[in-house]
Design a protein around this ligand. Structure first.
Ligand SMILES: NC(=O)c1ccc[n+]([C@@H]2O[C@H](COP(=O)([O-])OP(=O)(O)OC[C@H]3O[C@@H](n4cnc5c(N)ncnc54)[C@H](O)[C@@H]3O)[C@@H](O)[C@H]2O)c1
Length: 259
């Protein structure tokens, strides 16, 4: 029997807002596999939620992190270095675009809205990977997993500037995989089917996306949190050791459909 035992491993999970967050689903399964975790919260408004959730994990580290602030990024990796001394896994589950830009056709995206969407949702992966690299080298390698969506590949009504940000994120996965591969650091993305989360509710027409997905996906259902989390666990485990630079669809097969 193959079991995944990650005891002695450490992970940083960025993107927990509440109990519905994909990041929280992943944090739980990594913790069940024995990994010691650091969780971050974006701002004071979310701090209590994250601390409450983290208190259900053994010996967590909880830190503030706005991914647009390089000083906070440095502070997170310094704290992890001091507390853990190594890092095996980084989960990046962060995205944002200003609501007024998300509501517009892509052609109407403001310069500022574009900058913010790309900074938070795509550049942050490179910034965090750079911070994680020395600590992952201490571990003899590591696994970085980000979350993306099919709106990067095809036009999905309502996804707008976020689709362009996800395309940049997926290209970043490939470039980072090539940069960090010599240090045995793998970088992959999970392209998730729609999930009811805080961020998803900001996407115009999200409930229709959910319904359409359920009706049309080959498996005729929505993806489940444990399926996303299980894929992240696999990618962070030795079972995924030959996979890097990939975008793995966990979407009940939705992306294979034509008409
Ligand atoms: N929910 C879906 O249907 C779906 C589908 C595919 C991909 N995704 C992706 O999954 C990831 C996680 O989103 P989610 O659906 O779990 O929603 P969520 O709202 O629970 O998580 C989004 C997180 O991004 C964080 N964030 C935003 N701006 C930030 C900043 N400046 N600094 C630090 N953190 C910041 C928020 O605090 C929040 O924790 C996102 O990348 C999202 O695009 C979601």
């Amino acid at each position: 029997m193959v079991t995944i035992d990650l005891s002695g491993h450490t992970g940083l999970v960025v993107g927990v807002a509440d109990k519905h967050s994909i990041a929280w689903g992943i944090a739980q399964i990594l913790s069940e596999a024995g990994m010691r975790l650091a969780l971050t919260y974006q701002n004071e408004r979310l701090e209590r939620n994250v601390r409450e959730l983290a208190s259900t994990l053994p010996d967590p580290l909880v830190l503030p992190l706005d991914v647009t602030d390089d000083r906070q990024i440095d502070a997170v990796f310094e704290a992890i270095g001091n507390q853990f001394g190594r890092l095996d896994c980084l989960i990046h589950a962060v995205a944002f675009a200003p609501r007024e830009d998300l509501m517009k056709d892509y052609v109407e995206t403001s310069r500022d809205g574009y900058r913010i969407a790309l900074d938070v949702s795509a550049y942050s992966l490179a910034a965090l990977a750079r911070g994680a690299r020395p600590l992952m080298k201490e571990s003899g390698g590591g696994s970085i997993v980000t979350l993306t969506y099919y709106g990067s590949e095809k036009v999905v009504a309502g996804y707008n500037v976020m689709g362009v940000a996800k395309a940049a994120l997926e290209a970043s996965v490939r470039y980072l995989a090539n940069d960090l591969g010599p240090d045995n650091i793998r970088v992959n993305a999970i392209s998730a089917g729609p999930m009811k989360t805080l961020a998803a509710r900001g996407i115009p027409g999200f409930m229709n996306m959910l319904k359409y997905h359920e009706e049309k996906a080959p498996l005729r259902r929505r993806v489940d949190m444990r399926e996303l989390a299980g894929t992240a666990l696999f990618l962070c485990s030795p079972l995924g050791s030959g996979i890097t630079g990939e975008v793995i669809h966990v979407d009940c097969g939705y992306n294979i459909l034509g008409l």
